[in-house]
Structure formats: C-alpha cells, structure tokens
Write a protein that binds this ligand. Structure first.
Ligand code: FAD
Length: 400
C-alpha cells in the first residue's frame, strides 16, 4: 500500500494477470479501484501533483478483455473503473433513455434490459467487459454496433478534473473505433453512458425498421447539478439514425439457428439465447482458455482490389463496407478469420500462443505465454497474410 499526500490509498505491485483475460502481464506499479465519481476528484489532486512530478501516467482499466499487457513492472497508475448506476432519465411510449455506470458489467446490463423488454442490446449479448469500455472501441457483433444506441457519454476530464458530456456525433464512432482510441486517448474516464432503447410493443418491430419519437423529459433528472447538460433539442439533433433494432436477424448464422430450432417469431430473449449459443461454439470462454476475443480487425479494402484477389481465391467472403470517406470509392470488409484459416494457420501454435482451432480470429494463451510470444505470433500471421493475399491485418486489442 502507498498512501499519497492527499490521503488516497493505492496498492503497489499488483499482479496484472488477475486483471487480464489473456492472463499475460507483469505488475502494475500502482493500482486502485474507483467506485464513485468523488474518488476521481481526489485522484485529480494526485494526478496534478505527485503523479506529474514522478512522471507516472494514469491508465484506465475495465475488465481487461481487450488489452495485451506487457511483462515486467508497468510504471503506471491503473484505475479500475467500478462506478455503478442504472437510472431511467427520459421515457415516452416508444423508447426509454437510461444512464448506466461505466463500471457496470456489460452483459449483465444486456440481460437486465432484455428482462425489461427493451430492444437495442440483444445483438451485443455475451461480449465481456464493462459499459465504460463499450464506446471506446464501439463494440460490435452480428451486424450491430453499440454506437447505434448511444445518446451521450459522460466523462471525467483527467486534465481539467471536471465532468463533461460528449454527444454521440462528437464521439467519432467508426468500425471498432472512436475518439477515445485516438485524439482523446487517455484524456477521459468514461463514468457513464446514456443509451436510448426501444420499448418492444410488437414483435414486428424486431424485423422492421422504425424511428423512435423524441423522449419526454422526466422530472428529477440531474440537470443543474452539472450545469452543462445539453438541451433535448441538442440531444435530438445528435441522435444516431436508428435503423433495425435487431441487426442479428439479418445474419445468416442467426437465421439458421432459428430455422433449426423451429422458432418463427423470435422474442428478445430468444435472440439473446441464440447469440449466446452461437458464440459459445466459436469463442473460447476466457475463464477456461485465456484470450482477448478477435485479435485482428476485419480488413476493409477497395472493392476493386477485392475483385482482383478473389479471382485467384474463389469463395472469399466479403461484406459491403460503403464508400471511402475521402475518395468515395466502394469498399468491402473481409473476414480476417477466413484469411487466417485459408493461409493454413488455424490451430497452429507459435510457442505458447496458438491460433484457436475453432476460430482462426482468436489467439489463445496455452499457459505461461509472454507478451513477446504474442508479438511473434501476431507478426508471423500478419506476414503470412500479406504474402498470400496482399492484405495487411491490423491488431484489434490495445497493447500496453
Ligand atoms: C471472448 C471474447 C469475446 C469478445 N467479443 C467481442 C465482440 O463480439 N465485439 C467486440 O467489439 N469486442 C469483443 N471482445 C473485446 C472486449 O470484450 C470489448 O472490447 C470490451 O468492450 C472490453 O471491455 P473491458 O471492460 O474488458 O475493457 P478493457 O479491456 O479493460 O479496456 C479496453 C480499452 O478501453 C479503455 N477503457 C476501459 N474502461 C474505460 C472507461 N471507463 N473510460 C475510458 N476508457 C476505458 C481502456 O483504457 C482500454 O483502452 C471480446 C473479448 C473476449 C475476451
């Protein structure tokens, strides 16, 4: 234990493996758990004095399911965010706005909202980690992205020591990407997220498309306390375009599951169960087989280049990825797992790291792997794919 001058007690030399789903890493030099926003105020004082003086950066930690940690002692202060909360702030006949604490467990929240018959999160069932990490990489699965449910993100600005609100449109969400991974990296601690979920009145909503009406403001919200909360007009102007509330229903694997199980009009609970079961087949449980989920992003390339490559490699799957923002050329997304599998790497071991034999997109720790083992495996995979397909894979999880 280390007691800073401000009185905040911080643990020292904490084993990282206990906070990493890949079970790799040395020790955090300093570590503390943040349960309340007021804890951050005390930390701000430390950040401005002792940490600055000692040149110790702050690192924000959720469930450690999307980070590859280094070995040895990391000279950082790791803040594990455990801020809780689940408050309905606006509601009308069609939809409901809920403010959820950054330290809540994501999948427990998905379960809870489905129990309330609210649609929006069901396609994102069973993703490990916390609510606060969701906007960071704009978590996604089965055609859904969390950005399509987010109204605003509440953050603690580490430099200024104050709370502010970032609207959806200002988060610069992209494919597994956001402002929090780029220009705002390390600047903000996400303390809570406000989502808009759809009240499910008819199963038809699941299969069609609709646009929820503007919410009524409930009395007793926390306006005033922070002063800077945007008006409803500003909020509505920043709304994402809500399209299909259950994107998973356009996913062939999910539809096949319903067909095989003779389910005609799936309920939210059935969609969640389907996704959990499908994921179980493909994704190793990190509590049994250490991993960080998909190790590579699905590459997005020019449709033109794809056509040329696919002439050599017939059967290469792809998904439409819209137009390039600057050149306006057509782009396609290619499953990285297909590339790795078709390069003959599925199930292959590189020392203590293996490509998972049921899903080539996952790297697993066979026990005692180091960060160097991970990097050797990663670089060999990238090189092999480049040589075979001329496509460069990009690592998805962060390395610290
Ligand atoms: C088996 C498995 C399956 C997975 N499946 C998916 C999937 O389908 N789709 C998908 O998108 N991801 C998936 N992932 C990756 C991972 O679960 C998500 O990225 C998740 O959101 C990470 O949450 P976490 O709390 O563990 O974040 P961490 O790994 O602790 O942190 C990830 C990043 O977010 C930052 N961060 C965390 N909390 C905060 C906060 N409160 N404020 C500011 N920054 C913060 C960290 O600094 C770090 O940069 C999977 C991982 C595993 C192990």
């Amino acid at each position: 234990m280390h007691k800073f001058d401000s009185g905040v007690i911080i643990q020292e030399y904490v084993n990282i493996k206990d906070y990493s789903t890949l079970k790799i890493g040395g020790q955090f030099r300093y570590f503390t758990i943040i349960n309340f926003i007021k804890d951050l105020n005390s930390l701000y004082a430390i950040a401005q004095s002792e940490l600055k003086y000692k040149n110790i950066p702050i690192f924000i930690l959720g469930g450690g399911s999307n980070i590859v940690f280094s070995d040895g002692v990391l000279n950082i202060l790791a803040l594990k965010i455990e801020i809780k909360g689940f408050d309905i702030i606006n509601e009308n006949d069609d939809c409901i706005d809920i403010k959820i604490g950054g330290g809540e467990n994501w999948d427990e929240i998905v379960q809870k909202t489905i129990d309330m018959n609210l649609s929006g999160f069901e396609s994102l069932s069973a993703i490990p980690g916390t609510v606060g990490a969701g906007p960071v990489q704009n978590i996604g699965a089965y055609g859904a992205e969390v950005k399509d449910t987010i109204l605003e993100v509440e953050v603690f600005d580490i430099e200024k020591g104050s709370i502010s609100i970032i609207l959806n449109k200002d988060c610069k969400f992209g494919y597994r990407d956001s402002i929090f991974k780029n220009e705002a990296k390390g600047k903000y601690i996400i303390t809570s997220v406000v989502y808009r979920l759809n009240k499910l009145t008819s199963p038809k909503v699941l299969l069609g498309s609709s646009s929820p009406a503007r919410p009524r403001v409930r009395s007793g919200g926390d306006e005033g306390k922070r002063g800077a909360r945007p008006s409803q007009e500003v909020l509505s102007a920043s709304l994402p375009q809500f399209k299909n509330f259950s994107p998973a229903l356009s996913y062939p694997g999910v539809l096949k599951y319903f067909e095989e199980n003779n389910i005609k009009n799936p309920t939210l609970k059935e969609i969640r169960t389907a996704i959990i079961n499908i994921r179980k087949e493909k994704l190793p449980n990190p509590n049994e087989i250490p991993n960080v989920g998909s190790f590579f992003k699905n590459p997005i390339i020019l449709k033109e280049s794809f056509s040329a490559i696919s002439r050599t490699y017939g059967g290469m799957p792809y998904f439409d990825a819209g137009k390039d923002k600057t050149t306006r050329q057509d782009m396609v997304k290619i499953p990285a797992g297909w590339l790795i599998e078709n390069a003959g790497l599925k199930g292959k071991s590189f020392g203590n790291i293996s490509v998972y034999d049921k899903n080539a997109l996952i790297l697993i720790n066979n026990g005692n792997a180091t960060v160097d083992d991970v990097m050797v495996a990663k670089n060999k995979i990238i090189k092999t794919i480049e040589e075979k397909f001329g496509i460069t894979l990009e690592q998805e999880p962060e390395t610290l």
